[in-house]
Design a protein around this ligand. Structure first.
Ligand code: AMP
Ligand code: MG
Length: 303
């Protein structure tokens, strides 16, 4: 057996860092879903994210950083609300939208005056961010509009050779995308529900507006996270639907269901199921985020 001359190249975190340094893209494990990550300070690296995903250029990206100091350099107006939420929930599955600073590339924000920022709490993601030392743009590592990946295998299955390296951090702990709170408006507004609930956010900042009606958030489409099978949401009190190939129960353990949801939808597609019923959890806590994703998975794409 040849003796290893450089142990550092065997370290997956070091390999991820080098790919980012070289302007490449990696599959990055986080506690929410796997991200398609690139150097957010490089226009050409950021453009690769859009082209690999097939994502419209006006759908802004979330920037991931290792610590609060790095987050603050990305914003020219760090409000009391942003400060309080960051202190309460970072590192964690919460994204804050704040007024951007001159440091932030237009490609990242789609030319907006605001930027979305998060410090993830996955140990490997944090190590990559610490060692890379620059912000990393990372939307979910799937093609635009499709189901987000929650394992390294999902990323490889979706993006294959289009990613330079996939850092395997195991299955994602939460399984749904981060909660997004817009702190550039008063009162702050939840743009996307996630595992950090509206109730938890209200406890920290008092009044918070929940997204209702047409969302102010760019890229919040009615159809998103869509599998090939037809998803039929079933609320408490709804009649059981006929003619479904499988029933997924999101009612009894919503957090566990959130963790499993995307893998279950992928499994349904692998089995080529046509109609899948989802028993919806109650509209509170993480149940609200589960319902949001199930309704988006159920909205038919135009075809
Ligand atoms: P993701 O699809 O998980 O990458 O999340 C990106 C979402 O974050 C976008 O679709 C927006 O809803 C939100 N977002 C990102 N940047 C901004 C921004 N500058 N202003 C408002 N919302 C943003
Ligand atoms: Mg996504």
């Amino acid at each position: 057996m040849p003796s290893s001359t450089s142990s550092s190249t065997d370290d997956p975190v070091e390999r991820a860092r080098r790919v980012l340094e070289a302007g490449g893209v990696i599959g990055l494990p986080t506690e929410t879903v796997y991200g398609l990550a690139a150097d957010a300070t490089s226009s050409s690296a950021v453009r690769k994210i859009f082209s690999i995903k097939g994502r419209p250029a006006d759908h802004p990206l979330i920037l991931h950083v290792a610590d609060l100091a790095a987050a603050q350099t990305l914003s020219s107006r760090w409000t009391d609300t942003a400060r309080a939420l960051a202190e309460a929930f970072w590192p964690g599955p919460l994204t804050l939208v704040v007024v951007r600073s001159a440091e932030v590339l237009d490609e990242v924000t789609g030319g907006r005056t605001t930027v979305a920022i998060r410090i993830p709490r996955h140990a490997l993601a944090l190590r990559v961010l610490q060692e890379f030392g620059r912000p990393v743009a990372a939307p979910s590592a799937n093609r635009f509009g499709r189901v987000s990946p929650t394992t390294a295998d999902h990323v490889r299955a979706d993006l294959g050779a289009d990613v330079d390296f996939v850092l395997d951090g195991g299955p994602c702990e939460v399984g749904l995308e981060s909660t997004i709170v817009d702190c550039s408006v008063d009162p702050p507004q939840i743009l996307r529900p996630g595992s950090i609930s509206a109730e938890q956010i209200s406890e920290v900042v008092g009044g918070v507006a929940s997204a209702s009606g047409p969302s102010r958030a760019p890229g919040m489409l009615e159809s998103h996270y869509a599998p090939d099978c037809l998803v039929v949401p079933v609320d408490v009190g709804d009649a059981s639907p006929n003619d479904v190939d499988r029933v997924l129960d999101g009612r009894s353990e919503p957090a566990r269901f959130a963790h499993d949801l995307y893998a279950l939808l992928r499994e349904c597609d692998r089995l080529r199921l046509r109609r899948v019923a989802v028993l919806l959890p109650a509209d509170s806590g993480i149940g609200r985020a589960v319902r949001d994703r199930v309704f988006k998975a159920a909205a038919r794409r135009s075809h």
